[in-house]
Write a new protein. Structure first.
Length: 107
Protein backbone atom coordinates (compact mmCIF):
# COMPACT_ATOMS: atom_id res chain seq x y z
CA UNK A 1 0.00 0.00 0.00
CA UNK A 2 2.83 2.39 0.84
CA UNK A 3 4.21 2.02 -2.70
CA UNK A 4 0.79 2.87 -4.20
CA UNK A 5 0.43 5.89 -1.89
CA UNK A 6 3.87 7.19 -2.91
CA UNK A 7 3.08 6.66 -6.60
CA UNK A 8 -0.21 8.54 -6.28
CA UNK A 9 1.47 11.31 -4.33
CA UNK A 10 4.18 11.67 -6.99
CA UNK A 11 1.54 11.74 -9.75
CA UNK A 12 -0.44 14.43 -7.96
CA UNK A 13 2.72 16.48 -7.36
CA UNK A 14 3.66 16.14 -11.03
CA UNK A 15 0.31 17.67 -11.99
CA UNK A 16 1.32 20.80 -10.08
CA UNK A 17 4.44 21.44 -12.20
CA UNK A 18 4.75 24.26 -14.75
CA UNK A 19 4.35 22.03 -17.85
CA UNK A 20 1.03 20.75 -16.56
CA UNK A 21 -0.09 24.26 -15.57
CA UNK A 22 0.37 25.35 -19.21
CA UNK A 23 -2.01 22.53 -20.16
CA UNK A 24 -4.44 23.75 -17.48
CA UNK A 25 -4.27 20.41 -15.70
CA UNK A 26 -4.64 20.15 -11.95
CA UNK A 27 -5.00 17.33 -9.43
CA UNK A 28 -8.48 16.09 -8.65
CA UNK A 29 -9.02 14.82 -5.15
CA UNK A 30 -12.19 12.75 -5.10
CA UNK A 31 -14.56 12.99 -2.16
CA UNK A 32 -15.45 9.41 -1.38
CA UNK A 33 -17.94 8.60 1.36
CA UNK A 34 -15.55 6.18 3.04
CA UNK A 35 -12.85 8.86 3.24
CA UNK A 36 -14.85 11.97 4.16
CA UNK A 37 -13.53 11.89 7.72
CA UNK A 38 -10.01 12.67 6.41
CA UNK A 39 -8.58 15.95 5.11
CA UNK A 40 -8.49 15.85 1.29
CA UNK A 41 -4.87 16.73 0.61
CA UNK A 42 -2.12 15.24 -1.55
CA UNK A 43 0.11 15.52 1.51
CA UNK A 44 -2.25 13.46 3.69
CA UNK A 45 -1.07 9.87 3.24
CA UNK A 46 -3.98 8.49 5.26
CA UNK A 47 -6.38 10.17 2.81
CA UNK A 48 -4.45 8.89 -0.23
CA UNK A 49 -4.42 5.38 1.22
CA UNK A 50 -8.16 5.59 1.81
CA UNK A 51 -9.01 6.71 -1.74
CA UNK A 52 -6.79 3.97 -3.17
CA UNK A 53 -8.69 1.38 -1.11
CA UNK A 54 -12.08 2.87 -2.05
CA UNK A 55 -11.51 3.51 -5.76
CA UNK A 56 -8.85 1.05 -6.88
CA UNK A 57 -9.35 -0.23 -10.42
CA UNK A 58 -7.42 -0.67 -13.63
CA UNK A 59 -8.11 0.92 -16.97
CA UNK A 60 -6.15 -1.80 -18.72
CA UNK A 61 -7.33 -5.15 -20.01
CA UNK A 62 -5.76 -7.66 -17.62
CA UNK A 63 -4.76 -11.01 -18.98
CA UNK A 64 -3.36 -14.21 -17.60
CA UNK A 65 -5.61 -14.24 -14.54
CA UNK A 66 -7.01 -17.75 -15.23
CA UNK A 67 -3.98 -19.92 -15.87
CA UNK A 68 -4.22 -22.60 -18.53
CA UNK A 69 -2.90 -26.06 -17.68
CA UNK A 70 -2.94 -28.89 -15.18
CA UNK A 71 -2.13 -26.69 -12.18
CA UNK A 72 -4.18 -23.78 -13.50
CA UNK A 73 -7.82 -22.76 -13.66
CA UNK A 74 -8.71 -24.18 -17.10
CA UNK A 75 -7.73 -27.16 -19.24
CA UNK A 76 -6.56 -27.07 -22.89
CA UNK A 77 -10.19 -26.74 -24.03
CA UNK A 78 -10.76 -23.77 -21.68
CA UNK A 79 -13.02 -25.77 -19.33
CA UNK A 80 -12.80 -24.67 -15.70
CA UNK A 81 -11.38 -27.49 -13.57
CA UNK A 82 -14.00 -28.93 -11.22
CA UNK A 83 -16.95 -26.96 -12.64
CA UNK A 84 -19.11 -28.75 -15.18
CA UNK A 85 -20.30 -26.67 -18.15
CA UNK A 86 -18.19 -23.58 -17.48
CA UNK A 87 -15.46 -22.27 -19.80
CA UNK A 88 -13.29 -19.16 -19.77
CA UNK A 89 -13.12 -17.72 -23.28
CA UNK A 90 -11.26 -14.43 -23.00
CA UNK A 91 -7.78 -13.00 -22.48
CA UNK A 92 -7.73 -14.38 -18.95
CA UNK A 93 -6.21 -17.59 -20.30
CA UNK A 94 -3.31 -15.88 -22.13
CA UNK A 95 -0.05 -17.23 -20.68
CA UNK A 96 1.72 -13.87 -21.08
CA UNK A 97 0.88 -10.29 -22.13
CA UNK A 98 0.37 -9.64 -25.84
CA UNK A 99 2.39 -7.02 -27.71
CA UNK A 100 -0.56 -4.83 -28.63
CA UNK A 101 -4.15 -4.16 -27.75
CA UNK A 102 -5.37 -7.27 -25.95
CA UNK A 103 -8.92 -6.74 -27.23
CA UNK A 104 -7.75 -7.53 -30.77
CA UNK A 105 -6.40 -10.86 -29.55
CA UNK A 106 -9.66 -11.77 -27.84
CA UNK A 107 -11.71 -11.61 -31.04
Amino acid sequence: MQCAVQALKMSMEMLQTKPFHTLRVSPHLPRLSGCDHLEASIMNEDYLSCIIRQAEFTSYHPGGTCALGEGGVVDDELRVHGVQGLRVVDGSVFPSPVAGNSQHSDQ
